[in-house]
Design a protein around this ligand. Structure first.
Ligand code: HAM
Length: 439
């Protein structure tokens, strides 16, 4: 029979055989975020369209070309979030989270939706892990934010494969002078710019710099750079961020051409890029957004953050041939012969599972041979055969499926504990992996 439908173009399934990789990364990121004092925030997958128009900016590619926007049956315009920052900022204001003391530090895992041209490592549904800190203008916050991202990459042993590119795009004051210079430059190419960029010329010429059209991006290559126009305060802020990064041992490269594709940024912007993922080499991006909270109707609250793309991070780990440990592995498979053995096996797997170890027994009704084949297929670490004889003796042998070594174990109420003891004794290096905090 033909399939009823396929998945939507640009969206991916995470299959059971791969989900442990996501879970591993999520666990590691939660630990890192918590160790820097961030707490999780979960916001809805959709928001009022106006939030992104005002927050992300209505001259950005994201808002002008890429949003999944629709009217509800009640006539409200809703948009699937193209990123996580605007929704988190909306929640901060709606729940007055700033009353609990500043800075407010939040982290999130979000699915995002952008109607972009699909390419390798560019999707229409993708996932981000992000950190946001609200209510601090200090350059120390910029440095700490960058250190948090760097710490995740170091823990994954890919810090050396990413380059941190850093820039300052100034404040609205210095931006005015820069806009004039950009306007002057792009006016010379009026006949070549795409229609969207022509309209940006008046309203927001900086957005021409991240237009994806090949002609506009070629023209943009020689445009003036913002770092030449920033004011003394912004320059001093930038110098402090650099000094703090230097003292933390975080390496960076100044890239005066980074402007980021979203309108809310001010001052420090940064990206972690790699040349191992082809054209979509930006794994992480972020920066300061001192005006966003005010733009959304709140008081002045300097803030900042970053988000990293989970799919790109996984692709980079794959390219770097890093093996992610599969803690989902079946610890024990109990093969059974007869009804009595099946009943006993149900009791025994329950005991092992109470130690959070995966234990399985036959629920299909297979022959003993087929059960053992299945244990092999799922990569069970240990197996055990249970028949009338074992039940009578109240003892059975568990077999290490890799080494073939057998150990006798009693089937009484301490079976679970006994199994864990054998497992630990037999492991060369239990729980060891290269993703350790100490590394
Ligand atoms: P962004 O640079 O648009 O920033 O996205 C952050 C990351 O999400 C990118 O570096 C990339 O890894 C991933 N990403 C973006 N688009 C796609 C796509 N189409 N397919 C796969 N991965 C993608 C933001 O979204 C800001 N909200 C970051 C931020 C947080 N700034 C301050 N706080």
């Amino acid at each position: 029979m033909a399939l009823i439908t396929k998945r939507v173009y640009g969206a991916e399934d995470v299959l059971p055989k791969d989900s442990y990789k996501w879970q591993f990364l999520e666990k590691l990121m939660r630990e890192e975020a918590q160790s820097f004092g961030f707490k999780e925030i979960r916001t809805p997958v959709f928001e009022h369209t106006e939030l992104f128009r005002r927050g992300v900016g209505d001259t950005t590619d994201v808002v002008q070309k890429e949003m999944y926007t629709f009217d509800t049956k009640g006539g409200t315009s809703i948009t699937l979030r193209p990123e996580g920052t605007a929704g988190a900022a909306r929640a901060l204001l709606e729940h007055a989270l700033y009353n609990d003391g500043l800075p407010v530090k939040a982290y999130y895992f979000v699915s995002c939706y952008r109607y972009e041209k699909k390419q390798a490592n560019r999707y229409r549904e993708f996932h981000q892990f992000g950190l946001e800190a609200y209510g601090t203008a200090s350059p120390a916050a910029d440095a700490e934010m960058i250190c948090a991202a760097q710490s995740i990459f170091d823990r994954l042993d890919i810090g050396e494969r990413l380059t941190l590119e850093l820039n300052s795009i100034g404040c609205p004051d210095c931006r005015a002078k820069y806009y004039e210079a950009l306007k002057k430059y792009f006016e010379g190419y009026k006949d070549k710019l795409c229609d969207t960029c022509l309209s940006r010329l008046e309203r927001n010429p900086m957005r021409i710099l991240d237009c994806k059209s090949p002609i506009c991006s070629e023209i943009a290559k020689d445009a003036p750079v913002v770092l030449d126009y920033i004011c003394d305060d912004c320059r001093e802020h930038f110098e402090s961020v650099k000094r703090l990064l230097d003292s933390s041992g975080v390496k960076y490269k100044i890239n005066p051409r980074i402007v980021r594709g979203l309108d809310y940024y001010t001052r420090t912007v940064f990206e972690f890029v790699t040349d191992e993922l082809g054209a979509q080499g930006t794994v992480c991006g972020g920066g300061r957004y001192d005006g966003l909270i005010e733009e959304l109707g709140g008081q002045h609250m300097p803030s900042l953050g970053f988000a990293l793309g989970m799919e790109r991070l996984l692709a980079l780990l794959g390219a770097a041939e890093k093996t992610i440990p599969d803690f989902d592995k079946c610890g024990l498979y109990i093969a059974t012969m007869g009804d009595k053995a099946q009943e006993k096996a149900f009791e025994l797997v329950k005991q092992v599972r109470s130690y959070s170890v995966r234990a399985e027994t036959d629920i299909v009704g297979r022959s003993l041979r087929a059960q053992m084949k299945y244990a092999d297929k799922i990569g069970a670490e240990y197996s055990m055969v249970l028949g009338d004889d074992e039940i009578e003796r109240n003892k059975a042998e568990i077999k290490n499926m890799t080494t073939g070594k057998k150990s006798e174990i009693s089937l009484d109420k301490d079976f679970g504990e006994g199994f864990i003891r054998v497992k630990i004794e037999n492991e060369d290096n239990p729980g060891a992996c290269f993703f350790t905090k100490e590394k």
